[in-house]
Design a protein around this ligand. Structure first.
Ligand SMILES: C[S@@+](CC[C@H](N)C(=O)[O-])C[C@H]1O[C@@H](n2cnc3c(N)ncnc32)[C@H](O)[C@@H]1O
Length: 482
């Protein structure tokens, strides 16, 4: 870990550099602080009470690193222009998931720009900013297989995309650097080996994932519908930018500050009074702890409310098969009744909570209130098909709903068993490392959500008991029409 004196010196040099940008402001009641004792890197703390709606700092747009501000696109315009680049992707959209596998060009462009500016060293306009950007990450991309095992059955492990990122860097980043080496490397500097370039591409990719902002378009009068419209370059690529100072703010699901995109600058304002000693916090969105860990490398207590669990249709089918106990032939006939395009492969269970209010506050109460409607629909659709093949198995609506709820219950219980420890066992374990602790937070949150789902289905089953509603004629025609 960097010595505190060096860490502080870099923060001060950065602050000094930041304030020197024409148009930059920095409120005297805030300070950049070393929060490494609570594993939060740098952050911004109030040094005296701040009222609501105070502009905490202003970032002139010129200070933002993007394809618009960096010299790289001016030096090799062909790479950044449509049709000659080979960089553009069929799916020319900013990748909200930050999933490098889709490799949209706004990502590749910003990675190239970041690598270029980084390699310029002292002659980059952003050198003091690079000096405070991270060199290592706790995002899942950098976890060993053994560390990932602590996430147990979390679906987040399937979303890391390391191989896709490697392939994307090899296909779209390294060749550009190689072909334009005299531009990327300042005179007299050493060329990096392929391995080191890959490390650098990962570092910049991960920095962008955890730090960059999607730039909003406020240059023209926003009409009502497109108030939050993203900014695009002349070729229609969405613009992402590295926004110094705005990205020193840490974030949580309960927050107190907001970044506003204005014409010539971005401002950060307080959403409510902030007391002396409190941290100024931004908001990254309603992300589960698994997703927070994947993109940003941390978890928080407040984000557990947004946890998600995926339930596969295959698992529901497998419990249905056992429950219904049809002959193989009948089962085959049922499967033939189902049109594959109508089938969802997996269902996302989440609490579907309201967004935080305009002051960044969240309702402390949260509990799963409903199962995914599409899951219940699909089980019903399936059971209607069963009724066609084996009417006795699903004689009426009451029975159909009962089978449906038991199938969902069994599938949820099986899903819980995919995790190698129970929540109670987890609670007795003492993590040895920060990563173990974060992995435990993710898997415990998911197990709690599954437990809530199970409780909900049990309540449904209890409620159904005693109902006796005749099932209407098989709505197969209606269901299958498109
Ligand atoms: C935009 S940066 C914020 C500044 C960062 N702390 C730094 O020192 O550069 C995002 C990163 O900050 C950290 N971070 C943000 N919010 C956090 C929080 N509530 N607790 C711990 N770490 C946090 C994570 O490492 C995340 O990837």
């Amino acid at each position: 870990m960097m010595a505190q004196s060096e860490f502080e010196a870099r923060s001060q040099a950065f602050l000094h550099w930041f304030k020197a940008w024409p148009g930059a402001t920095f409120h005297p009641a805030i300070q950049i602080q070393d929060l490494r004792d609570r594993d939060a890197g740098r952050g911004i703390i109030a040094t005296s009470d701040i009222p609501e709606d105070t502009v905490l700092f202003t970032i002139p747009r010129d200070a933002i690193i993007s394809t618009q501000s960096s010299d790289l696109p001016k030096k090799i315009p062909s790479i950044f222009e449509e049709s000659t680049t080979g960089l553009e992707d069929a799916d020319n959209e900013a990748d909200e998931d930050g999933d490098a596998s889709g490799a949209p060009d706004s990502w590749v462009s910003l990675i190239l720009v970041m690598i270029y500016e980084y390699l310029q060293g002292d002659s980059s306009r952003w050198k003091p900013y690079f000096d405070i950007l991270p060199e290592s990450f706790d995002t899942l991309m950098f976890w060993s297989d053994k560390e990932l095992q602590d996430l147990q059955a979390s679906a987040i492990t399937a979303k890391i995309g390391k191989d896709e990122a490697d392939n994307m860097f090899r296909a779209k980043v390294l060749p550009v650097i190689e072909q334009h080496a005299s531009i990327f490397y300042p005179p007299g500097s050493d060329r990096l080996s392929e391995d080191l370039l890959m490390v650098l591409a990962h570092r910049m990719g991960s920095t962008i994932m955890a730090y960059a902002f999607d730039m909003e378009n406020d240059e023209e009068e926003p009409d009502e519908e497109n108030e939050d419209e993203w900014m695009e370059d002349k070729d229609g690529r969405l613009l992402m930018g590295m926004v110094p100072m705005a990205d020193i703010l840490n974030a949580d699901a309960q927050f107190n500050a907001h970044v506003n995109h204005e014409d010539k600058s971005l401002t950060v304002t307080s959403l409510k009074p902030i007391k002396t000693g409190e941290e100024v916090l931004n908001y990254y969105g309603p992300l589960s702890n698994g997703e927070l860990l994947r993109r940003y490398g941390y978890v928080t207590f407040n984000h557990a409310r947004y946890d998600v669990v995926e339930l596969s249709w295959a698992s529901v089918l497998s419990v249905l098969k056992e429950q219904l106990n049809l002959s193989e032939a009948a089962w085959g006939n049922v499967m033939n009744e189902i049109e594959e395009e109508e089938i969802e492969d997996s269902f996302v269970i989440d609490r579907d909570l309201e967004e935080p209010d305009s002051k960044g506050d969240i309702n402390p109460e949260y509990e799963l209130r409903a199962l995914p409607a599409d899951l219940e629909e699909q089980v019903k659709l399936f059971l209607n098909a069963v009724r066609k093949v084996a009417r006795d198995t699903v004689p009426d609506k009451r029975k159909r709903d009962e089978i449906s709820q038991f199938a969902i219950l069994n599938a949820l219980q099986a899903r819980l068993k995919d995790y190698s420890t129970s929540e109670a066992e987890d609670m007795r374990l003492v993590p040895n490392t920060k990563r173990q602790h974060m992995a435990m937070t993710v898997r415990i949150g998911e197990k709690r959500l599954l437990a809530e789902a199970i409780k909900l289905v049990r309540a449904n089953i209890d409620q159904q008991g005693g109902q006796d509603i005749e099932m209407s004629e098989p709505p197969a025609k209606k269901q299958r029409s498109r």
